[in-house]
Write a protein that binds this ligand. Sequence first.
Ligand code: FAD
Length: 448
Amino acid sequence: LDEKKSFKYIILGGGVAAGYAAKEFTERGLKPEELAIISKEAVAPYERSELSKSYLLPDGYATRLPSFHVCVGSGWKRQLPEWYKEKGIELMLRTEIVKADLASKTLTSATGRVFRYQILIIATGCAAVKLADLGVQGANNADNIFYLREISDADKLVEAIQKKNESGKKAVVIGGGYIGFEVGAALRINGFDVSLVYKEPRLMHQLFTPAIASFYEGYYTNKGVKLFKNTVAIRFESSASNNGEVKKVRLNNGQVIEADIVVVGVGAEPQISIFKGQIKEEKDGIRTDGYFRTSVPDVYAVGDVATFPFKGETIRVEHIDHARESAKQAVIAIKAKEDDNSIAIEVRGFKISEYEYLPCFYSRSFDLSWRFCGDNVGEALPAVEDMRVTSTKPRFVTYWYSRGKVVGAFIEGGNDAENRGFEEIAKRKPRVEKDKLAQDGISFAASQ
Ligand code: FAD
């Protein structure tokens, strides 16, 4: 084996978790050539959440790399390719690993290169679920059906948006989750006639209460987005005269929508097939403990692929905050173990605490910006300043109240103090009288 291809640490995957893990390594002591990041993408780790937001806006408003390389998303320094070089980190881009042998501690690339590691961090994230896999007819091989996961996908969509701007401008967006919510808005801003199709009775149904969803649906409708709820696409129809491009989307309720462009956001699945049979899995991901150690010694899994303990259960989370924090926790655990190998995680009497996941999500679309932290269980108590769908600056909160405590909170149009207060609510779950909460309204968040 070529000595140069041997590394003390390899991070497999070059996304959000990889970038934040690299930062943590450098802060905790990293020697040149100890760490390699192997990624099939062509660019250094970046804040993936930008791809469905500013990246899709018209020229003049759109963000482009290098502006959103990690770790700008959490207010740190931007890690450009030169940063990795300076730190002696080998950043191997356009390198897909097709085989992992955890027993011999080797990874093999599509071109046959073999890499050896002492410690592996699996950070391969998710791939978009394809409509053809869900049994939708006509969804294979059409040039105008787009998925959004990596920057190469976003570039294809941007090119199509620019091209279609000169011809047809009808877009059908499938899925009422984050991608549908954000891409639907971005396409509308680009002047498309947008139809948003989702099978649930409301947008972002896992998080939004009926009242919250009703506001956003009203706002989107007011902006000209057409909503098709409680329905799914069952067939895409094309004709030979338009190069096999989809022209019509048929729904299960019998409606047919015309389309020049289709964007699909119907979920994602962890990319862990190369580890099958070698590592313990759970809930579609790789099973880890509170330090992101897997069932295989010296192998860690972080970000979207990790299934980890949470309040007596195990969960898998596809969110950027978790990708950042789990990466940090894994590196802390790796470094702690090295400091004193005889005790797995306890170092010189200092016990590293297990990962404490703090659910916190956000989204931006049109002029809207919302944030949620904590748990959405219990009674939902709204506090409204302006919830008009025509408002230029809507502002409202929903608190989730359970057994005398505020356990979760959602805000539209929050300021920095309120957003920070939200994290405190998620962390401490403050006890408060219901009357006092109603009286304080939105200001309760900032006072935390
Ligand atoms: P990723 O960031 O997906 O990185 C995985 C990396 O592994 C990629 O570089 C991939 O190419 C590489 N890889 C995979 N397999 C291989 C292989 N075999 N060989 C080499 N490389 C490989 N979350 C939020 O909380 N808020 C948001 O607003 C939000 N918006 C989003 C918008 C979009 C368009 C998408 C796609 C996701 C969004 N998310 C959002 C989710 C968030 O981006 C993910 O949770 C996060 O990126 C997970 O980080 P990760 O490092 O685990 O995986």
